[in-house]
Design a protein around this ligand. Structure first.
Ligand SMILES: [Fe+2]
Ligand SMILES: [Fe+2]
Length: 276
C-alpha cells in the first residue's frame, strides 16, 4: 500500500498546488491513501469548513493539524461533525474533535492516522509520548498500517518519538517547521521516519508568510500582521510504502515539486494515457 503525506498547506498558494497536482501525484505514485496537514490552509491560520471540504474533494482522505487548529472559530463546529479532520490527540480531555482515525482506502483497506503535538517550544499539552502509545493501542486491532503526524518544533523531540514508536507504527512524519528535512530513513524495527515533511505553499517567504512583516518582527520586536506570501509555490510531501501484513514500511521517499513541475507531470501522464 502506498501512502502520501502532504506537508502543511499554507493559504491559497498551498491549496492551489493541491488542486492542480494532487491527482497527478496519486496516479504517478499509485497512491492508495492521502494525509495532509491543513492547519495553515485558511490564509495561514487555521481551517474553515469550506476550505476543508474543498481539500477533501481534491483527494485528501484525512486532514491533520497542530497548534493553528483553533485559529478560525468556526472550526469548533466543523471538527465536531467532520471525523476526517484531526487535531492533536494530546489536547486535554473534553476538547472538541479527535486525535486519531481509522479510515479506509478506496478499495476498503484500513489505515490508521494519529496526530500528536510536541511540547518543546510549544504549548504544554499532555505527554505526547504516552498519548501516542495510548492511541496506537486503541486502533491497532483494526489495522496494522498506522501513520503518525508528529507536529513539533524540536528535532530532538521528533527523533525521540521516532525511536519511541519504532516497530509500533508504519511511519512517523514530522510537521510544523515548514522546512523539509533530508533525513528520511527506515528505523531498525521497520518504522519509516522523517523529521519534517515541509510545507505546501509559497517558499519565497518566511515559513509561508510574507518576508517583510516576518523579518520586521525580528528586526524591531514589534507585533505585525502576517499574510501568506505568494512566490515560488512548492508542494512538499512524502511517499511511504507499507507492507499491510506486518504494518512495516518498505520505502520512504520525499517529494518537493514546483507548480511547473506538477503541470509537466500532469501533461506527461495525460500523454501516457492516450491510446497508442
Ligand atoms: Fe504549520
Ligand atoms: Fe504548526
Amino acid at each position: 500500500m502506498n501512502l502520501l503525506l502532504v506537508g502543511d498547506i499554507v493559504g491559497r498558494p498551498g491549496r492551489e498546488l493541491v488542486r492542480r497536482g494532487l491527482r497527478t501525484l496519486i496516479d504517478a505514485h499509485s497512491i492508495d491513501f492521502v494525509i495532509a496537514n491543513a492547519e495553515n490552509s485558511a490564509a495561514g491560520f487555521g481551517v474553515t469548513k469550506d476550505i476543508g471540504d474543498t481539500l477533501l474533494e481534491a483527494g485528501i482522505d484525512v486532514m491533520t493539524s497542530g497548534n493553528h487548529i483553533w485559529d478560525k472559530k468556526e472550526v469548533i463546529e466543523y471538527i465536531k461533525g467532520e471525523p476526517r479532520l484531526l487535531r492533536p490527540a494530546n489536547y486535554p480531555a473534553g476538547v472538541p474533535g479527535r486525535g486519531s482515525r481509522v479510515a479506509e482506502t478506496g478499495d476498503g483497506r484500513a489505515v490508521g492516522v494519529i496526530n500528536v503535538m510536541g511540547r518543546i517550544f510549544m504549548s504544554p499539552l499532555d505527554d505526547p509520548f504516552a498519548v501516542a502509545l495510548r492511541e496506537i493501542e486503541s486502533i491497532r486491532h483494526r489495522t496494522r498500517v498506522i501513520i503518525v503526524d508528529f507536529h513539533a518544533e524540536a528535532t530532538s523531540e521528533k527523533m525521540a518519538m521516532g525511536w519511541h514508536l519504532d516497530g509500533l507504527v508504519t511511519a512517523i512524519v514530522g510537521t510544523h517547521t515548514h522546512v523539509q528535512t533530508a533525513d528520511e530513513r527506515i528505523l531498525p524495527k521497520g518504522t519509516a521516519y522523517l523529521t519534517d515533511v515541509g510545507m505546501t505553499g509559497p517558499h519565497d517567504s518566511i515559513i509561508g508568510m510574507e518576508v517583510e512583516p516576518s523579518l520586521a518582527r525580528f528586526l524591531n520586536g514589534m507585533p505585525a500582521k502576517f499574510e501568506p506570501a505568494t512566490g515560488n509555490a512548492r508542494l512538499n510531501a512524502v511517499v511511504i510504502e507499507a507492507d499491510e501484513r506486518t504494518g512495516r514500511a518498505t520505502r520512504i521517499a520525499r517529494i518537493s515539486h514546483s507548480e511547473r513541475e506538477l503541470d509537466e507531470l500532469t501533461k506527461r501522464s495525460a500523454r501516457a494515457s492516450l491510446p497508442a
